[in-house]
Design a protein around this ligand. Structure first.
Ligand SMILES: [Zn+2]
Length: 324
Protein backbone atom coordinates (compact mmCIF):
# COMPACT_ATOMS: atom_id res chain seq x y z
CA UNK A 1 0.00 0.00 0.00
CA UNK A 2 1.39 3.40 -0.99
CA UNK A 3 1.56 6.36 1.36
CA UNK A 4 -1.18 8.05 -0.66
CA UNK A 5 -3.49 5.07 -0.23
CA UNK A 6 -2.77 4.99 3.48
CA UNK A 7 -3.59 8.70 3.76
CA UNK A 8 -6.79 8.14 1.80
CA UNK A 9 -8.12 5.31 3.98
CA UNK A 10 -7.08 7.01 7.20
CA UNK A 11 -8.85 10.25 6.28
CA UNK A 12 -12.01 8.20 5.79
CA UNK A 13 -11.87 5.78 8.71
CA UNK A 14 -10.79 8.23 11.42
CA UNK A 15 -13.86 10.35 10.58
CA UNK A 16 -15.93 7.50 12.10
CA UNK A 17 -14.44 7.92 15.59
CA UNK A 18 -17.13 9.15 17.96
CA UNK A 19 -19.99 8.32 15.60
CA UNK A 20 -23.06 6.64 17.02
CA UNK A 21 -23.78 3.07 15.90
CA UNK A 22 -27.07 2.82 17.81
CA UNK A 23 -28.86 5.69 19.51
CA UNK A 24 -29.94 5.01 23.12
CA UNK A 25 -32.41 2.14 22.70
CA UNK A 26 -34.46 0.62 25.53
CA UNK A 27 -34.42 -3.19 25.60
CA UNK A 28 -37.61 -4.83 24.34
CA UNK A 29 -38.03 -6.74 27.61
CA UNK A 30 -37.50 -5.59 31.17
CA UNK A 31 -34.99 -7.54 33.22
CA UNK A 32 -36.95 -10.68 34.10
CA UNK A 33 -36.70 -13.92 36.04
CA UNK A 34 -37.29 -16.19 33.04
CA UNK A 35 -34.33 -14.92 31.03
CA UNK A 36 -32.13 -14.89 34.14
CA UNK A 37 -33.07 -18.48 34.93
CA UNK A 38 -32.36 -19.64 31.40
CA UNK A 39 -29.05 -17.76 31.17
CA UNK A 40 -27.89 -19.14 34.52
CA UNK A 41 -28.87 -22.66 33.46
CA UNK A 42 -26.92 -22.40 30.20
CA UNK A 43 -23.88 -20.93 31.96
CA UNK A 44 -24.08 -23.44 34.80
CA UNK A 45 -24.25 -20.56 37.31
CA UNK A 46 -26.11 -21.55 40.48
CA UNK A 47 -25.64 -18.32 42.45
CA UNK A 48 -28.78 -17.99 44.66
CA UNK A 49 -28.57 -14.18 44.34
CA UNK A 50 -29.82 -14.69 40.77
CA UNK A 51 -32.12 -17.67 41.21
CA UNK A 52 -33.46 -18.15 44.73
CA UNK A 53 -36.10 -15.56 45.65
CA UNK A 54 -36.31 -16.63 49.33
CA UNK A 55 -32.57 -16.65 49.77
CA UNK A 56 -32.23 -13.32 47.96
CA UNK A 57 -35.02 -11.74 50.03
CA UNK A 58 -33.06 -12.45 53.20
CA UNK A 59 -29.80 -11.14 51.70
CA UNK A 60 -28.53 -7.58 51.95
CA UNK A 61 -30.00 -6.88 48.48
CA UNK A 62 -33.52 -7.94 49.61
CA UNK A 63 -34.31 -9.54 46.25
CA UNK A 64 -32.82 -11.27 43.22
CA UNK A 65 -30.45 -9.45 40.88
CA UNK A 66 -29.48 -10.14 37.27
CA UNK A 67 -26.01 -11.55 36.61
CA UNK A 68 -23.91 -8.51 35.62
CA UNK A 69 -22.51 -10.44 32.63
CA UNK A 70 -26.08 -10.53 31.22
CA UNK A 71 -25.88 -6.77 30.64
CA UNK A 72 -25.58 -7.16 26.87
CA UNK A 73 -28.29 -9.83 26.70
CA UNK A 74 -31.24 -7.53 27.41
CA UNK A 75 -30.91 -5.61 24.17
CA UNK A 76 -29.40 -8.38 22.08
CA UNK A 77 -30.72 -8.43 18.53
CA UNK A 78 -32.17 -11.55 17.01
CA UNK A 79 -31.29 -13.24 13.77
CA UNK A 80 -32.24 -10.13 11.74
CA UNK A 81 -28.82 -8.81 12.75
CA UNK A 82 -27.50 -10.68 9.71
CA UNK A 83 -29.80 -9.23 7.09
CA UNK A 84 -31.87 -6.30 5.97
CA UNK A 85 -30.66 -3.87 8.62
CA UNK A 86 -30.30 -0.19 7.70
CA UNK A 87 -26.63 0.84 7.36
CA UNK A 88 -25.11 2.43 10.45
CA UNK A 89 -21.73 3.87 11.34
CA UNK A 90 -20.25 0.44 12.02
CA UNK A 91 -21.43 -1.20 8.79
CA UNK A 92 -20.26 1.89 6.88
CA UNK A 93 -16.87 1.71 8.58
CA UNK A 94 -16.59 -1.99 7.73
CA UNK A 95 -17.53 -1.26 4.09
CA UNK A 96 -14.86 1.44 3.97
CA UNK A 97 -12.22 -1.00 5.23
CA UNK A 98 -13.41 -3.61 2.70
CA UNK A 99 -13.20 -1.15 -0.20
CA UNK A 100 -9.49 -0.63 0.54
CA UNK A 101 -8.81 -4.38 0.68
CA UNK A 102 -8.97 -4.70 4.49
CA UNK A 103 -11.47 -7.51 4.12
CA UNK A 104 -10.22 -9.73 6.95
CA UNK A 105 -12.12 -9.48 10.22
CA UNK A 106 -11.21 -10.82 13.63
CA UNK A 107 -12.92 -10.05 16.93
CA UNK A 108 -10.01 -9.74 19.33
CA UNK A 109 -11.40 -8.93 22.76
CA UNK A 110 -14.37 -7.90 24.84
CA UNK A 111 -14.08 -5.95 28.07
CA UNK A 112 -17.04 -5.30 30.33
CA UNK A 113 -17.17 -3.03 33.36
CA UNK A 114 -20.02 -3.05 35.87
CA UNK A 115 -21.09 -0.10 37.99
CA UNK A 116 -24.56 -0.92 39.29
CA UNK A 117 -26.70 -4.03 39.76
CA UNK A 118 -30.10 -4.45 38.16
CA UNK A 119 -33.09 -6.49 39.27
CA UNK A 120 -36.24 -7.91 37.66
CA UNK A 121 -38.45 -5.00 36.55
CA UNK A 122 -35.58 -2.70 35.60
CA UNK A 123 -35.19 -1.71 31.95
CA UNK A 124 -31.82 -1.39 30.27
CA UNK A 125 -31.06 1.16 27.57
CA UNK A 126 -28.12 0.52 25.27
CA UNK A 127 -26.16 3.02 23.23
CA UNK A 128 -23.16 2.16 21.04
CA UNK A 129 -20.51 4.37 19.49
CA UNK A 130 -17.28 3.81 17.58
CA UNK A 131 -14.88 4.81 20.31
CA UNK A 132 -11.43 4.59 18.75
CA UNK A 133 -9.45 3.31 15.78
CA UNK A 134 -5.78 2.40 16.11
CA UNK A 135 -2.94 3.46 13.88
CA UNK A 136 -2.00 1.04 11.11
CA UNK A 137 -0.44 -2.12 12.60
CA UNK A 138 1.41 -5.12 11.27
CA UNK A 139 -0.11 -8.23 12.89
CA UNK A 140 0.36 -11.96 12.51
CA UNK A 141 -2.85 -12.06 10.48
CA UNK A 142 -1.88 -9.20 8.18
CA UNK A 143 -1.62 -5.42 8.21
CA UNK A 144 -4.66 -3.65 9.54
CA UNK A 145 -6.40 -1.41 12.04
CA UNK A 146 -8.10 -2.19 15.34
CA UNK A 147 -11.40 -0.45 15.93
CA UNK A 148 -13.27 -0.49 19.20
CA UNK A 149 -16.96 0.02 19.85
CA UNK A 150 -18.15 1.26 23.22
CA UNK A 151 -21.60 0.22 24.42
CA UNK A 152 -23.00 2.04 27.44
CA UNK A 153 -25.82 0.52 29.48
CA UNK A 154 -28.11 2.64 31.64
CA UNK A 155 -31.17 1.83 33.70
CA UNK A 156 -34.60 3.49 33.56
CA UNK A 157 -33.34 6.22 35.91
CA UNK A 158 -30.53 7.12 33.50
CA UNK A 159 -27.89 5.68 35.83
CA UNK A 160 -24.97 3.95 34.17
CA UNK A 161 -24.89 0.23 35.03
CA UNK A 162 -21.94 -0.77 32.85
CA UNK A 163 -19.97 -0.55 29.64
CA UNK A 164 -18.72 -3.00 27.07
CA UNK A 165 -15.77 -2.46 24.75
CA UNK A 166 -15.50 -4.75 21.73
CA UNK A 167 -12.31 -4.67 19.68
CA UNK A 168 -12.10 -5.83 16.08
CA UNK A 169 -9.12 -6.13 13.76
CA UNK A 170 -9.78 -5.31 10.09
CA UNK A 171 -6.82 -6.49 8.03
CA UNK A 172 -5.55 -7.31 4.55
CA UNK A 173 -5.56 -11.12 4.45
CA UNK A 174 -2.16 -12.55 3.61
CA UNK A 175 -1.79 -15.01 0.79
CA UNK A 176 -0.54 -18.29 2.16
CA UNK A 177 3.03 -18.71 0.82
CA UNK A 178 3.37 -21.75 -1.44
CA UNK A 179 5.81 -24.08 0.28
CA UNK A 180 7.16 -27.22 -1.26
CA UNK A 181 6.44 -30.35 0.73
CA UNK A 182 9.46 -32.16 2.16
CA UNK A 183 10.52 -35.25 0.22
CA UNK A 184 8.03 -38.10 0.50
CA UNK A 185 5.49 -36.12 2.48
CA UNK A 186 1.94 -35.24 1.55
CA UNK A 187 1.65 -31.77 0.06
CA UNK A 188 -1.36 -30.76 2.12
CA UNK A 189 -1.64 -28.82 5.37
CA UNK A 190 -2.53 -30.86 8.41
CA UNK A 191 -6.02 -30.82 9.81
CA UNK A 192 -6.70 -30.04 13.43
CA UNK A 193 -5.75 -33.16 15.37
CA UNK A 194 -8.61 -35.40 16.42
CA UNK A 195 -9.64 -34.82 20.05
CA UNK A 196 -8.57 -37.96 21.88
CA UNK A 197 -9.86 -38.46 25.39
CA UNK A 198 -10.32 -41.27 27.85
CA UNK A 199 -13.50 -42.52 26.16
CA UNK A 200 -12.59 -42.27 22.47
CA UNK A 201 -8.82 -42.62 22.18
CA UNK A 202 -9.14 -46.32 21.33
CA UNK A 203 -11.36 -45.51 18.34
CA UNK A 204 -8.85 -43.08 16.83
CA UNK A 205 -5.95 -45.47 17.47
CA UNK A 206 -7.78 -48.18 15.52
CA UNK A 207 -8.36 -45.64 12.76
CA UNK A 208 -4.62 -44.91 12.74
CA UNK A 209 -4.22 -48.63 12.02
CA UNK A 210 -6.71 -48.60 9.16
CA UNK A 211 -9.75 -49.93 11.00
CA UNK A 212 -13.11 -48.43 11.85
CA UNK A 213 -14.44 -50.03 15.01
CA UNK A 214 -17.93 -49.94 16.45
CA UNK A 215 -18.44 -50.14 20.18
CA UNK A 216 -20.53 -53.10 21.32
CA UNK A 217 -22.21 -53.54 24.69
CA UNK A 218 -20.90 -56.61 26.49
CA UNK A 219 -24.19 -57.08 28.29
CA UNK A 220 -26.91 -56.64 25.64
CA UNK A 221 -24.89 -56.57 22.43
CA UNK A 222 -26.17 -53.15 21.26
CA UNK A 223 -23.80 -51.29 18.96
CA UNK A 224 -23.08 -47.60 19.50
CA UNK A 225 -21.19 -44.73 17.90
CA UNK A 226 -19.67 -42.25 18.65
CA UNK A 227 -17.75 -43.92 21.49
CA UNK A 228 -19.06 -43.33 24.98
CA UNK A 229 -18.74 -45.08 28.32
CA UNK A 230 -22.27 -46.36 28.88
CA UNK A 231 -24.73 -48.42 26.85
CA UNK A 232 -27.84 -46.37 26.08
CA UNK A 233 -29.99 -49.51 26.07
CA UNK A 234 -29.03 -51.23 29.33
CA UNK A 235 -26.65 -48.80 31.10
CA UNK A 236 -23.86 -51.35 31.15
CA UNK A 237 -20.36 -49.92 31.13
CA UNK A 238 -18.79 -53.14 29.87
CA UNK A 239 -18.02 -53.16 26.18
CA UNK A 240 -15.88 -54.49 23.37
CA UNK A 241 -15.90 -53.62 19.67
CA UNK A 242 -16.38 -55.05 16.20
CA UNK A 243 -14.73 -53.93 12.98
CA UNK A 244 -16.99 -52.28 10.42
CA UNK A 245 -16.99 -53.53 6.83
CA UNK A 246 -17.47 -49.86 5.85
CA UNK A 247 -20.33 -50.78 3.58
CA UNK A 248 -22.82 -47.98 3.97
CA UNK A 249 -25.60 -45.84 2.65
CA UNK A 250 -25.95 -42.03 2.61
CA UNK A 251 -28.56 -40.89 5.15
CA UNK A 252 -27.92 -37.18 4.72
CA UNK A 253 -25.31 -34.98 3.09
CA UNK A 254 -24.21 -31.40 2.60
CA UNK A 255 -21.53 -29.60 0.61
CA UNK A 256 -19.41 -27.23 2.67
CA UNK A 257 -18.23 -24.06 0.88
CA UNK A 258 -17.18 -21.37 3.33
CA UNK A 259 -15.06 -20.68 5.18
CA UNK A 260 -12.42 -22.85 3.52
CA UNK A 261 -10.45 -24.51 6.28
CA UNK A 262 -6.78 -25.51 5.78
CA UNK A 263 -6.34 -29.26 5.46
CA UNK A 264 -9.62 -29.92 3.68
CA UNK A 265 -9.86 -30.49 -0.05
CA UNK A 266 -12.70 -28.78 -1.87
CA UNK A 267 -15.27 -29.56 -3.09
CA UNK A 268 -16.02 -31.00 0.34
CA UNK A 269 -19.00 -33.26 0.93
CA UNK A 270 -19.90 -34.21 4.48
CA UNK A 271 -22.36 -36.99 5.00
CA UNK A 272 -24.07 -39.04 7.66
CA UNK A 273 -23.54 -42.61 6.58
CA UNK A 274 -25.54 -45.55 7.86
CA UNK A 275 -23.14 -48.43 8.12
CA UNK A 276 -24.27 -51.96 7.28
CA UNK A 277 -23.78 -52.84 10.96
CA UNK A 278 -26.49 -50.29 11.86
CA UNK A 279 -24.64 -47.36 13.43
CA UNK A 280 -24.14 -43.97 11.79
CA UNK A 281 -20.87 -42.25 11.03
CA UNK A 282 -20.10 -38.72 9.84
CA UNK A 283 -17.49 -38.74 7.08
CA UNK A 284 -16.53 -37.20 3.77
CA UNK A 285 -17.69 -38.57 0.43
CA UNK A 286 -14.99 -38.46 -2.24
CA UNK A 287 -14.44 -39.96 -5.68
CA UNK A 288 -17.43 -38.30 -7.32
CA UNK A 289 -18.76 -34.81 -7.88
CA UNK A 290 -20.92 -33.34 -5.11
CA UNK A 291 -23.93 -33.30 -7.46
CA UNK A 292 -23.76 -37.10 -7.75
CA UNK A 293 -24.20 -37.64 -4.01
CA UNK A 294 -27.74 -38.66 -3.14
CA UNK A 295 -29.63 -39.87 -0.12
CA UNK A 296 -29.80 -43.65 -0.26
CA UNK A 297 -26.63 -43.93 -2.38
CA UNK A 298 -24.53 -46.98 -1.53
CA UNK A 299 -21.00 -46.13 -0.48
CA UNK A 300 -17.88 -48.00 0.54
CA UNK A 301 -15.35 -46.66 3.01
CA UNK A 302 -11.60 -46.88 2.84
CA UNK A 303 -9.39 -45.72 5.72
CA UNK A 304 -6.85 -43.43 4.06
CA UNK A 305 -4.09 -41.09 5.07
CA UNK A 306 -5.43 -37.62 4.36
CA UNK A 307 -2.56 -35.54 5.72
CA UNK A 308 0.77 -35.99 7.52
CA UNK A 309 -0.84 -37.23 10.73
CA UNK A 310 -4.42 -38.16 10.02
CA UNK A 311 -6.03 -41.43 8.97
CA UNK A 312 -9.75 -41.21 8.29
CA UNK A 313 -12.42 -43.30 6.59
CA UNK A 314 -13.25 -41.74 3.22
CA UNK A 315 -16.37 -42.99 1.45
CA UNK A 316 -16.55 -43.64 -2.29
CA UNK A 317 -19.57 -44.44 -4.42
CA UNK A 318 -19.89 -48.24 -4.10
CA UNK A 319 -19.59 -48.75 -7.88
CA UNK A 320 -16.48 -46.60 -8.26
CA UNK A 321 -14.01 -49.49 -8.28
CA UNK A 322 -11.98 -47.84 -5.51
CA UNK A 323 -13.08 -50.56 -3.10
CA UNK A 324 -10.28 -52.33 -1.30
ZN1 LIG B 1 -26.24 -52.79 26.62
Amino acid sequence: MTTDEQKAIESEIYAFVGQQVYPPTPAADDVNDAMIRQWAEIMGDTNPAYLDKDWAASSSREGTIAPPAMMYVWGQEGFQVTKGRAPNAMSNLVSTFDSYGYTGVLGTNVKQEYFKEVSPGDNITIEMIIDNISERKATGRGTGYFFETLSTFTDQHGEKIGTQRFKVLKFIPQEQPATAAPEGKLDVPSRIASPRGHDNKWWWEACDNGKVLIQRCDNCGALRHPPRPMCGECNSMEWDSIESTLDGEVLSHTEIHHPKIPGYQYPLVCAVIKLAEGTNLVANIVGCSPSEVQIGMKVKGVVEQIDEKTMLPQFYPAQSGRNP
